[in-house]
Design a protein around this ligand. Sequence first.
Ligand SMILES: Nc1ncnc2c1ncn2[C@@H]1O[C@H](COP(=O)(O)OP(=O)(O)O)[C@@H](O)[C@H]1O
Ligand SMILES: [Mg+2]
Length: 422
Amino acid sequence: MVTKGTAAKKAAPRKTAAKAAPRKAAAASARSKAKSEASSGQPGKVGPVRRTFAPWNDPAAKPFILYENITKRFGDFVAVDDLTLGIYEREFFSLLGPSGCGKTTLLRMLAGFETPTEGRILLDGQDISTVPPYRRPVNMMFQSYALFPHMSVADNIAFGLKQDKMPKGEIADRVDEMLKLVKLEPFKTRKPHQLSGGQRQRVALARSIAKRPKVLLLDEPLGALDKKLREQTQFELTDLQQQLGLTFLIVTHDQEEAMTVSDRIAVMNQGNIIQVSTPAEMYEYPNSRYVADFIGDINLIEGTIASVSRGKVTVETADAGKLVVNQDLKADKGQKAWIAIRPEKVRIALKKPAARTDNVMSGEVWDIGYLGDVSTYHVKLPAGSTVKALQTNATRLIERPITWEDQAWLSFSPDGAVVLLS
Ligand SMILES: Nc1ncnc2c1ncn2[C@@H]1O[C@H](COP(=O)(O)OP(=O)(O)O)[C@@H](O)[C@H]1O
Ligand SMILES: [Mg+2]
């Protein structure tokens, strides 16, 4: 269980991120596990970082950035639709969503490159609508980096400081500090074309924090890097953010990346926010099929509500009869519903589970994805839907291995699933 109010800030980011596994679900669950262990308060389990950071659970805490009923129209087109969102100081906040859902537009309005059609944006309690972009304590790092090709690394970093007419000596000191921060000291005199993609990305990062903004906006900052480098850069970003105590607002379309780096994530669709929560909460308690599907891998079993009582929902399904989930839910009998269950929470066996086991289903093994450390079994249920069960290949098998066309038994605990109504 994720205990509200005690989610630890970036419990051992290195350890978690190092696990950014080839499979999305595994990476997400590794992270959510680290987070929930952290929040259960068991010392020593997730590394030395035990700082509690969850201002969003503190009714007295005021957001540092507040989008208040923001609508942005381009002609007739609504890019952002009456959106309200608060982000806290020192938070690492991610906007996640498909292309065109309004993420960049949100950043650009905060940076001052676009004006909201309706609503207002508060920064540290002040309405910033009349503050010009260059006077906002906000800097934006673009996806393309936009480095000056004819300037050295040091000059690129110094550019904004020179424009601000900072004294020369101070500029030199600041540039050195930034080079050290992003570990580019040996490359000071090189031009961008003499650098690798990852190094160029770090120059852009150094340039965007050289003026010490309070808020750094990053629009798909790692999009141009290959997977391995992206994972490495994710730690660097989280480290940097913590060292400098900045507020980061980052746009990404990569759910794994959002899970790895963020304190909280907003999942967006068509100019709206569908859910805002910590990575672990979003993974364990998605509020809709849209979010469940967006974050990690999940089984959705369709049915209708059979009964609802305190803390318990029963769903009638064509595939597996009545299934039970422990959850407080407001719903009507007969209402359409989906049981959402992660593959790693579905047990699979050749033998029928004990009679009192909850939520038992049976079907034929249709496909097996072998990934070395884990296997995913795709099991076809009688009414036609397929349920995936993920099993770690941790022990030598005593039983014979489960294989194609086997009749297999699936089961899951009422605590492992959620019932979704949309
Ligand atoms: N200057 C503009 N004029 C017209 N439409 C725009 C403009 N900027 C963005 N849009 C539209 O608004 C929507 C949201 O864009 P954007 O915020 O860039 O999406 P995202 O960053 O999530 O991919 C898109 O459909 C885009 O085409
Ligand atoms: Mg964009």
